[in-house]
Design a protein around this ligand. Structure first.
Ligand code: FNR
Length: 373
């Protein structure tokens, strides 16, 4: 369909399913084991309802915000997803350019198909980028990567902590066997095999010995020019530890349901994480946060984002919808996806009676159906 006929983030997924290579689709869309967590990430948002307020002047709506101190046109960022060229020949630079067009922040993945410098070079002047990092077993290697990132103007490091080993994504594994068989027969086989190598490399260079005692080292490498965030925290206990270890924030995330099946959905644990941090004085009011909480996984609508904001998140990361938009319509598609979200913010903030994000407070949501039974 014509891009103008794409009305929601779901539409990109539908087109992607029909038009992407099977290999690309299976890599992007798969979750771990029985995909219970992947589905729950999305479903959990349906257990949060609004308590909309009326008769507030909603002529002017402002959904802009700051993420770790940097301007963002909306409380959304593009999270790190590996292997962009499985979806689009230009790969992740499509995300870089669309982020620039729409004034939001891109988190560059360690395992991008494009080179790190290529993605930094593709950025517009002043465009803010973050870097997702898989910590290498060789610490000196990690230090070098971090120093290079700092020199190239990366503003924050997101250390992935939910992947000491790669989750089992059976849908993806099945096509690999098929891909492998055809790899020996077709000309394109060479590329298939290299991608396989990349996937395997993920589990081989990631350091499963990574532990809390490494956090001060990472903090020191990040220095005072870069923020340090742990991506993949899944309990309030680890959220408290992250704050105590001097991190600037966390992403409550289960890797889009691609790692541990039956990991809880981030929106479900967000209320207790915020409560426990507050009880320990580890969070300041939202206008002056000292420790920021992000969530990702299953976010498909601005209403999902507003629910997370109401419950204390600074912003949310969006993964699959961005790479589905990239795979189907390139840079233009990703930009359109982000514009859809902006339109949704405008409308829904009017309808809940919140002219700014500061008005999106806990009493605007009903979470009585949220906790798992
Ligand atoms: C990811 N994600 C991810 N995270 C990370 O820290 N490093 C990585 O290399 C990747 N790679 C990756 C590939 C693909 C295809 C997907 C779908 C996801 C996880 C990602 O950052 C994020 O946590 C989820 O994508 C959020 O869930 P949604 O928005 O995809 O539902």
């Amino acid at each position: 369909p014509h891009l103008g006929e794409i009305l929601s983030l779901h539409d990109f997924e539908t087109v992607a399913r029909e038009t992407m290579t099977r290999r690309g689709w299976n890599y992007y869309s798969s979750g771990a084991d029985d995909e219970i967590t992947m589905r729950e990430n999305y479903n959990a948002y349906q257990r949060v309802w609004f308590r909309p307020r009326v008769l507030r002047d909603v002529t002017k709506i402002d959904y802009s915000t700051k993420i770790l101190g940097y301007d963002s046109s909306m409380p959304v960022y593009i999270t790190a997803t590996a292997l962009g060229k499985l979806g689009h020949p230009e790969g992740e630079v499509c995300l870089t350019r669309a982020a620039a067009e729409q004034g939001i922040i891109q988190m560059i993945p360690t395992l991008a198909s494009c080179g790190f410098d290529e993605m930094v070079d593709a950025a517009a002047p002043g465009q803010v980028q973050f870097l997702q990092l898989y910590v290498n077993a060789e610490k000196s290697r990690t230090k070098k990567i971090i120093e290079h990132a700092r020199d190239r103007g990366i503003k924050a490091l997101f250390i992935t902590v939910d992947a000491p080993q790669l989750g089992r994504r059976e849908k993806d594994m099945r096509t690999k066997f098929e891909g492998n068989a055809s790899a020996h027969q077709t000309k394109g086989g060479d590329k298939v095999q290299r991608d396989q190598g990349a996937a395997r490399a993920i589990s081989s260079f990631i350091d499963p010995s990574l532990n809390w005692n490494d956090v001060p080292f990472l903090r020191e490498c990040a220095g005072d020019k870069m923020k340090l965030i742990l991506k993949g925290v899944q309990t309030w206990e680890d959220a408290v530890l992250a704050a105590e270890f001097g991190c600037d924030g966390i992403v409550l995330s289960n890797h889009g349901g691609r790692q541990l099946d039956f990991a809880p959905s981030p929106i479900t644990i967000l209320p207790e994480v915020v409560a426990q941090l507050n009880a320990r004085g580890l969070m300041y009011p939202r206008n002056k946060p000292k420790f920021e909480i992000f969530v990702d996984g299953g976010v498909r609508r601005a209403t999902d984002v507003l629910k997370a904001i109401a419950l204390g998140a600074t912003a949310v990361g969006i993964g699959r919808p961005m790479i589905y938009a990239m795979s189907t319509y390139g840079t233009e598609g990703v930009s359109h996806a982000l514009q859809i979200l902006k339109d949704e913010f405008l409308m829904n903030m009017r309808l809940i009676g919140a002219p700014t994000l500061a008005d999106v407070v806990p009493s605007m949501v009903d979470t009585s159906a949220l906790p798992l039974p």
